[in-house]
Design a protein around this ligand. Structure first.
Ligand code: NDP
Length: 294
């Protein structure tokens, strides 16, 4: 193996520490405590784990955490009503509605109902448009975390060849926008891309956000490339007789060719909640008319 392992877990811990320090300053100098409201509808097991972790880390950062757990059969109107109350609540600076929502609820309608200034997931069309047009926005947490890891490793991204594999609204598209904002030369690959290996082989930066276990192998990579593996895929591990998590990149073969690579778990995953806290801090500062670092 030649690649440096990018330690997202350690980076995320540092970022959470920085957020906590700034929260302490906000409280001391301005009497403001950032508040994050997380809404969970139903009992999806993975969502329950995420929401529990978000709650714990929000409190650890010195913020207020408002958890709203609603039954799976909650009518859409009731959820929209709750979002409206959270929009109006001055103690709430960030609102996150955990996805996926039950089938009878229109997720787009719910996201559209969130005050864009409190939309710490960055999914509201207003934030999507602001990011695309270069205005101050709240940026989706996972791609923001990837960007931080890339800047930390590479410094300036200006002029670098970047390939994003995946074009979802949650990861791929905002990732491409962020790279473009940093003046990288960006290609977005997806399921219809022809000769994807050749496209990926051009890249100094590869972001894999596909949801296919170990799809990207070392022979797809340009030697020395920086590889950010967003994928979280649970697979059977017959040797251990249980399941385990793998990324969208085949770690062993990619690490033999890449210059640096994020592991799964311990790479991008921990950055997502750390960036959620950073976004909540940003939303709080903007609401108070204070300067906000992104
Ligand atoms: P989506 O399923 O929404 O999007 C997947 C994208 O991959 C689509 O654009 C799709 O293309 C593309 N794709 C699918 N198959 C191929 C293929 N064979 N070749 C090239 N492209 C392909 O997934 P998400 O973006 O939501 O998530 C991607 C991964 O990231 C998942 O493993 C998810 O678990 C993980 N994830 C991790 C997070 C974290 O915190 N670390 C947060 C969010 C997601 P097309 O549009 O053409 O169908």
């Amino acid at each position: 193996m030649t690649a440096e392992i990018i330690d997202g877990k350690a980076f995320a811990a540092r970022l959470r520490g920085e957020v906590a320090e700034q929260v302490a300053v906000l409280k001391r100098d301005h009497g403001i405590t950032p508040g994050l409201a997380v809404v969970l509808v139903g009992e999806d097991p993975a969502s329950q784990v995420y929401v529990r972790n978000k709650h714990k880390q929000t409190l650890e950062a010195g913020m207020e955490s408002f958890e709203h757990r609603l039954p799976a059969e909650t009518p859409e109107a009731e959820l929209l009503d709750l979002v409206g109350r959270l929009n109006a609540d001055p103690a709430v600076h960030g609102i996150l509605v955990q996805l996926p929502l039950p089938d009878h609820i229109d997720a787009e309608k719910v996201i559209a109902a969130i005050d864009p200034d409190k939309d710490v997931d960055g999914f509201h069309v207003s934030n999507v448009g602001r990011l695309a047009t270069g205005q101050a926005a709240l940026v989706p947490c996972t791609p923001l975390g990837c960007l931080m890891l890339l800047r930390d490793r590479l410094g300036s991204l200006s002029g670098r060849e970047a390939v994003v594999i995946g074009r979802s609204n949650i990861v791929g598209k905002p990732m491409a926008q962020l790279l473009l904002r940093d003046s990288a030369t960006v290609t977005i690959a997806h399921s219809r891309t022809r000769d994807i290996e050749a496209v990926v082989r051009r890249a100094e930066i590869v972001i894999a956000a596909v949801g296919r276990p170990r799809m990207v192998t070392g022979d797809w990579l340009r030697p020395g490339a920086t590889v950010i593996d967003v994928g979280i895929n649970r697979i059977e591990d017959p040797e251990a007789g249980k399941t385990r998590l793998v990324g969208d990149c085949d770690f062993e073969s990619c690490a033999a060719v890449a210059g640096a690579i994020t592991p799964v778990p311990g790479g991008v995953g921990p950055m997502t909640i750390a960036c959620l806290l950073a976004n909540t801090l940003t939303a709080t500062c903007r609401a108070a008319g204070l300067p906000a670092a992104e």
